[in-house]
Design a protein around this ligand. Structure first.
Ligand code: IPM
Ligand code: MG
Length: 364
């Protein structure tokens, strides 16, 4: 029997609740597929800092090193709580970025997907949604402002902070190539999102992209400024298929993507490099709603689907999970983040949504 080792990093806030539902789904996949998933839970995030003195403790690093894939929940605390942790030990800086760097996961896949039948979940008008939204945003994950040199200091009695946006051509080439590869598997259309009218890093990015494009003559490239892309996403999301962009642009536009389809709760992601990948919701740990059984587990369950597809090649199983989740919405159920006052849909909690997904999946 095939065994896949998975590190489970439950995280903070709503992490435990949504991870529990994701693992229910994974367990059913295991029972049905005959593949064994060996799960090892490890501390990661703010709770890990308080318990072990580090948000990405050494024992967790060892578990992740030994795993075939990593499934990670959201991390972070509300502002007042986060202030109790030294800046560099706060989990976003002290755990998430080191995790990304450790496994060289340079390409972050963030699907923004809403089938036509679920158009009412979106705040956009049905005619804007058209035949549905199906965008794959690919965000560079290891460069730019996130990882550039940082200086803080005082100049002439004025406090300043300086952060460097640096990209080299190797970093650009690898993620852009990923964009072209995905475009080849989809509609052969690639939107290159940049800001080359201002940023020199975007000028270099576009130069490298043009070089890589020569290897993919079938792919149509559309170059679009990032600010314009923000508008186009609202006005006509159907024009996009695969989008590729640098780190910070991708952080922002992917959250906009969540807004387009109705909730950040619908945004799973895959962090992919040449070796091990890890999977996480695109959203944060929502400490304000933690423990209330109202968080949407879709993004966490969707991250399981992405893990099955990208790390284990279990494409059918992944597609069945998407179908099961969409089926729950189609049956007239919804989670509190998506509930609309003028509708007769039934609002259900985190565990009930997860259970309905399991039931649907079992019936597929
Ligand atoms: C995301 C999050 C992270 C980021 C945080 C948690 C470090 O916002 O994955 O989009 O900014 O990359
Ligand atoms: Mg973000």
């Amino acid at each position: 029997m095939t065994t896949h080792h998975i590190a489970i990093l439950t995280g903070d806030g709503i992490g435990p609740e949504i991870m529990a539902e994701a693992l229910k789904v994974l367990t059913l996949v295991e029972q049905r597929s005959g593949v064994h998933f060996e799960l090892t839970e490890s501390p990661f995030g703010a709770a890990a800092y308080f318990d072990y003195g580090h948000p990405f403790p050494e024992q967790t690093q060892a578990v992740c090193d030994a795993a075939d894939a990593i499934l990670k929940g959201p991390v972070g605390l509300a502002h007042a709580e986060a202030m109790k942790i030294p800046v560099d030990m706060q989990p976003e800086r002290g755990a998430v970025l080191p995790l990304r760097a450790r496994y060289n996961t340079y390409a972050n896949f963030r699907p923004v997907s809403l089938p036509k039948a679920l158009a009412p979940l979106s705040p956009l008008k049905a005619e804007v949604i058209g035949e549905g939204i199906d965008i794959l945003m690919i965000r560079e994950l290891l460069g730019g402002l996130y990882f550039g040199k940082k200086v803080i200091g005082i100049d002439d009695n004025i406090r300043f902070a300086e952060e460097t946006l640096r990209y080299d051509e190797i970093q650009i080439r690898q993620v852009v190539k990923t964009g072209f590869e995905q475009a080849m598997k989809r509609k052969k259309l690639l939107h290159n999102i940049h800001k080359s009218n201002i940023l020199k890093s975007s000028v270099l990015w576009n130069e490298v992209l043009d070089e890589v494009a020569a290897d993919y003559p079938e792919v149509e490239v559309v170059n679009m400024l990032v600010d314009a892309a923000a508008t186009h996403l609202c006005l006509n999301p159907g024009q996009f298929d695969v989008m590729v962009m640098e780190n910070m642009f991708g952080d922002i536009l992917s959250d906009q993507g969540g807004g387009l389809i109705g909730s950040l709760g619908l945004m799973p992601s895959a962090c992919i490099g040449d070796g091990k990948a890890y999977y996480e919701p695109s959203h944060g740990s929502a400490p304000d709603i933690a423990g209330q059984n109202i968080a949407n587990p879709y993004s966490m369950i969707g991250s399981v689907a992405m893990m099955l597809e990208y790390s284990f090649g279990m494409v059918d199983e992944a597609n069945q999970i998407w179908a099961a989740m969409q089926g729950v919405f189609a049956d007239g159920y919804t989670t509190p983040d998506l509930a609309r006052s003028n509708s007769d849909e039934k609002v259900i909690g985190t565990d009930a949504f997860g259970q309905r997904v399991v039931d649907k999946l079992a019936a597929i």
